[in-house]
Ligand binder design. Structure first.
Ligand code: GDG
Length: 749
């Protein structure tokens, strides 16, 4: 970003001040996370660095951790002059003995600890840790397949307890959570450290987790704060960021050099500002040649350090957009996923240390509730999926929706020049074309809709249908998955707007708007590679539990459009209509948690769980569980392995824009003995994947018969269908989709 030299100069000046105190968190900041806290040990180099820093004239070093004081003593107690702060500020040690703060340990916590110990009594790998003012549950070592059950129980206990005890809060950690008295936090240690550092001391705080925010907030304008770690979806009061413990240690070594030797070269790793975009505007405008805008962003990554969460998101959008943006010098803007407490959106921020560079903004919680949870997901989502009975409208939600679109437009026009092409994604941002034009944007504007576009009878149920359509016509290019959705859109324009409609073009206010089908795809080769051994183990255990039975697989976000209860019902009908399958076929349903704070989604979860219980109760036997239901997500490699091991890919949404799972299932098959894709007629994918067994998810008996047919299909027919399906999946991939759309967009102006 602009002014790198200034940043280096700033830090040279800051770290030379005396007296100066460096206050740093331990786990995740100085030491990388280890599988167990007791394994996270400081190496001799870390201890030596702390020792040398603590000896320097005018410099005080304090460690502020959530660990117990016994723990900190064991790890760092032997380092002379080091200040130690344990239990988030509750215990402190300068020289001599540890001192607790003056707050009686809350007796009620013992009761919570007992409850947690009770529910973990069968789970030897969970650990309940009692501290002075808090109780923590560590579940890092609990096998992933058992975590969910444990967390559901623990969550219920904690929720009930916290609601009955004022003055306590729950803190989320990495594979752990803690319930703590809210009067104890790291911010309370700041004056204590300052006092020990000497009058007028400046503080520099480093930390990675939410408990460090208390410390950041407690510091003043003459102090400074660095958030360590690359997590994007996280609000921070820190002014600077660094990538992780490696970077933090390098920075501390540089401080040692500056204070010991005076003049030194700039630090090898500079903290980056958690910066409002306007600072970067001038340079960014010249640099970014294309802007993509979507509601959410992919997780952060640097070119050298892929982050695990990101590797999971190999869905079509991310895998297609990342290379396309990177190749064109593009930037990706989205909502951070953070909901702010106040009424104002946060400033847009930029991270150009990743490829492609990412920009994001925070939105007020009330806007998220009304726009995202409201108009997007309780009006547009069900309506566009032809489920009008689930739709409801509220004027205030539509207003917030337009406002969110305006905030995105403001951020976009702050980062790129008015001539830059912009590619907008999905139903959250349908009004963005209008908002951008109102801000004077001249470059080509394209929108791709990832969900179906409904016919005019449905679309006209939107109270602001005409206005929304008119806003859409401010884009230059409108892309949909299938010709059917294109037809629906043109039908709506013909019926609700004065614009003139052609085959693939709309003429409106002397402008031509191109409309076309751009079917999204996947990266087929990424589903053909076998996963690494370590990755495969967990799925192998699942497959082993299923044993010799035939396998049917369903994989979806837990969403009512995906037709999961209907799918289960049809599976139950299969076992009734064709009893010969009992004991011989199993259904594995992977349901990825989604939009869990919207009531319809919680309801859907209960429906699915009941249906699973009913089938397993009615048909299950000692040696056979008909349905294995997994409410969790799997890694990309594990999914590929599950697809490949399954005889039938059971992909039966009630309505779906495209459905990538269908394409992934095809790509993952062994070409010599492929499984059968059973696909809903109402998925956009059915247009290209005509050689699947197409089924009607609203008709249980029919779907049960189709499932029976898929399970019985002979090798010759399977080979024949699979060959054609694979050719279709390889014809329109994630890459061709992005390239085709961008070519059309570039041709627009
Ligand atoms: C929207 C539209 C359109 C699922 N479970 C796991 C996992 N997934 C991945 C799948 C797939 C993706 O999520 C789901 O994509 P879909 O296309 O099936 O559905 P939506 O999420 O509803 O997507 C849809 C799509 O946008 C693209 O335009 O096709 O119609 O609704 O890639 O593999 N991925 C991993 N672990 C899981 O457990 N790693």
């Amino acid at each position: 970003m602009g002014g790198i030299v200034d940043i280096a100069d700033y830090w040279q000046g800051f770290v030379r001040q005396s007296p100066l105190a460096v206050v740093t968190d331990v786990d995740g900041t100085l030491l990388p996370f280890a599988p167990r806290p007791e394994e996270a040990l400081p190496g001799p180099d870390v201890v030596a660095l702390l020792r040398e820093l603590a000896q320097l004239q005018g410099l005080t070093v304090a460690l502020a951790s959530g660990r117990t004081h016994e723990d900190l003593d064991r790890l760092f107690g032997h380092v002379p002059r080091l200040l130690l702060v344990a239990e988030h500020g509750g215990w402190r040690r300068a020289e001599g003995a540890w001192q607790p703060v003056d707050l009686a340990p809350p007796e009620a916590l013992a009761e919570l600890a007992r409850e947690l110990e009770r529910i973990t009594s069968h789970q030897t790998r969970a650990l309940v840790e009692r501290k002075t003012w808090s109780v923590a549950l560590h579940y890092r070592r609990v096998p992933p397949s058992e975590r969910l059950g444990l967390l559901i129980q623990a969550d219920a206990v904690v929720r009930a307890w916290v609601s009955g005890h004022a003055g306590f809060e729950r803190l989320e950690g990495v594979h752990a959570f803690e319930v703590r008295s809210s009067r104890i936090h790291k911010g309370t240690a700041a004056p204590w450290v300052r006092e020990h550092a000497g009058a007028g001391a400046h503080l520099l705080a480093l930390g990675d987790d939410l408990t460090d925010e208390d410390l950041f907030r407690a510091l003043g304008s003459a102090d400074d704060t660095i958030l360590v770690g690359r997590e994007l979806a996280r609000s921070t009061a820190a002014r600077w960021r660094m990538n992780g413990p490696g970077a933090a240690l390098a920075f501390l070594r540089w401080i040692r050099a500056v204070r010991r030797e005076g003049t030194t070269p700039p630090p090898p790793v500079l903290p980056r500002p958690v910066t409002p975009l306007p600072l970067a505007r001038k340079e960014a405008g010249e640099r970014f040649k294309l802007l993509a805008i979507s509601n959410r962003l992919p997780a952060l990554r640097t070119p050298t350090e892929p982050c695990e969460e990101r590797k999971r998101g190999v869905g079509g959008l991310v895998s297609a957009l990342e290379p396309a943006l990177t190749a064109r010098g593009g930037l990706w803007l989205g909502w951070s996923g953070r909901a702010l407490p106040g009424a104002e959106p946060g400033p847009a921020c930029l991270d150009d240390d990743v490829l492609p560079p990412l920009a994001w903004l925070d939105l007020p919680g009330e806007w998220v509730e009304k726009s995202y949870n409201g108009f997007c997901n309780r009006s547009l989502w069900p309506l566009f999926h032809s489920m009008p009975e689930r739709v409801r409208f509220a004027d205030a939600e539509w207003e917030r929706y337009e406002q969110v679109n305006e905030v995105f437009a403001a951020a976009a026009s702050n980062i790129v020049d008015p001539d830059t092409p912009i590619w907008v994604h999905d139903y959250h941002l349908l009004a963005l074309g209008r908002a951008l034009r109102q801000r004077g944007h001249r470059g080509a504007l394209g929108l791709f809709l990832h969900i179906p576009f409904p016919g005019v009878d449905l679309f006209s149920m939107i109270p602001t249908a005409e206005r929304l359509l008119d806003e859409l016509l401010d884009f230059d290019l409108l892309g949909f998955h299938t010709p059917g959705y294109v037809g629906n859109f043109l039908q709506c324009v013909g019926a609700l707007s004065p614009a003139r409609v052609g085959d693939d073009v709309v003429e409106h206010r002397s402008r031509r708007i191109r409309v076309g089908a751009f079917p999204i795809g996947i990266l087929p080769e990424s589903f053909q590679e076998l996963p690494e051994l370590g990755v495969a183990e967990e799925t192998a255990a699942l497959l082993q539990a299923i044993g010799q039975t035939r396998l049917v697989i369903g994989v979806d976000r837990l969403d009512y459009t995906k037709g999961i209860p209907e799918r289960l019902r049809a599976f139950g009908r299969l076992l009734e209509l064709f009893p010969e399958w009992r004991g011989k076929v199993s259904l594995v349903q992977v349901s990825v948690p989604s939009r869990a704070d919207i009531p319809e989604y919680a309801e859907q979860r209960a429906l699915v769980e009941n249906a699973v219980g009913r089938i397993n109760g009615e048909f299950g036997e000692a040696h056979w569980v008909p349905v294995r239901y997994l409410y969790r997500s799997y890694g990309h490699g594990q999914l590929a392995q599950l697809y490949r091991a399954s005889d039938v890919g059971y992909v039966t949404p009630l309505r779906d824009g495209m459905n990538l799972v269908a394409k992934e299932y095809v790509a993952a098959q062994d070409p010599l003995k492929p499984g059968v894709l059973l696909l809903s007629r109402f998925a956009g994918a059915a247009v290209e994947l005509k050689d699947a067994v197409l089924t009607n998810p609203y008709h249980s008996d029919g779907m049960a018969r189709d499932l029976d047919r898929a399970l019985r299909m002979g090798l010759e027919e399977r080979l024949d269908r699979h060959g054609r399906l694979l050719a279709a999946v390889c014809r329109t991939t994630a890459v061709t989709w992005a390239e085709d759309f961008l070519r059309a967009l570039e041709a627009c102006r």
